[in-house]
Design a protein around this ligand. Structure first.
Ligand SMILES: O=C[C@H](O)[C@@H](O)CC(=O)C(=O)O
Ligand SMILES: [Zn+2]
Length: 276
């Protein structure tokens, strides 16, 4: 498992492009036949990419978690960003169509991932955080999330946000997770931007056309930097960082948070005129 230690805003002020990308961009989570894990020490979130590619892949506890099983002290949310998938958790079988979400509660011992049928091309994105208790493992189909319509065509930020794991939906200890999809012709996500000092947030950009990129803005609102992000790449946003971006084409992203609280509206909005 790769480790990314925690950083403060001073790091951003001094970092060049390569240093920013090394610290905050996760470029290669999805590798055929593998489970890749990256541990950010910001709120101890683990990001994972799972690409079964015809095999059945088992979630093992990396040695550096010092745990008997991956979920011994953790919970995880899994969103399918590829073709139909099957996840088996302690013998219980869950079918995940594209964009479905499975919450895995603390204490689940055995988790495997596979394509639903040969050649389906399942790709599962996993986000995990420490958990103090065991909430039930639960499947959320894409249409069952809580839907919020945000933004406006006039400002190129019309988007549909679906909350899967959250305070008024599938319960969890820390992980809050959902997906946002830009409407065709809209390019801006999360604008006006915000911070939430009580939570870390990670974005996984998906459905970005191969010849398109998302210019993701990060850093303190008054000292922003950008990362140029391609399809299926993730960005770690520490509590102090804005997380917003503009695509050169429409796209979607899976957002996930962990930290002190789960209140969606606990964010400090940043007027666009206050950004620099
Ligand atoms: O704290 C909330 C997160 O930044 C996202 O849920 C915001 C988002 O997906 C959007 O505005 O499109
Ligand atoms: Zn946020």
């Amino acid at each position: 498992m790769e480790h990314r230690y925690a950083t403060g805003p001073d790091h951003v002020a001094r970092a060049d492009t390569a240093a920013l990308r090394d610290q905050y961009l996760v470029p290669d989570l999805f590798v055929p036949g593998e489970i890749r894990l990256v541990h950010t020490h910001h709120d101890r979130m683990v990001l994972g990419g799972v690409v079964p590619d015809g095999r059945t892949l088992r979630l093992e506890a990396p040695a550096d978690l010092r745990a008997g099983t991956f979920l011994e002290r953790r919970e995880a949310g899994v969103v399918n960003v590829g073709g139909p998938a099957v996840v088996v958790a302690d013998g219980e079988r869950y079918e995940l169509p594209t964009h479905a979400c499975l919450y895995l509660g603390r204490g689940v011992r055995d988790v495997t991932f596979a394509d639903a049928a040969d050649g389906d091309g399942a790709q599962l994105y996993l986000v995990s955080a420490p958990a103090h208790t065991a909430y039930p493992t639960t499947l959320v189909l894409p249409e069952d999330g809580t839907v919020r319509e945000l933004g406006d065509q006039e400002t190129s930020n019309r988007r549909t946000l679906r909350q899967y794991i959250h305070a008024d939906g599938i319960r969890s200890c820390q992980v809050v997770m959902g997906m946002t999809t830009l409407h065709p012709g809209s390019m801006w996500n999360t604008m006006p931007a915000h911070t939430h000092d009580r939570r870390t947030e990670c974005y996984l950009y998906v459905d970005v056309p191969q010849d398109a990129r998302v210019l993701h803005l990060m850093g303190r609102p008054e000292e922003t930097r950008h990362l140029v992000v391609a399809d299926r790449q993730a960005v770690i946003s520490p509590s102090w960082s804005v997380h917003t971006g503009v695509g050169t084409a429409a796209y979607s992203f899976v957002w996930a948070m962990a930290g002190e609280n789960q209140a969606f509206d606990d964010m400090d909005a940043v007027p666009v005129t206050a950004m620099a």
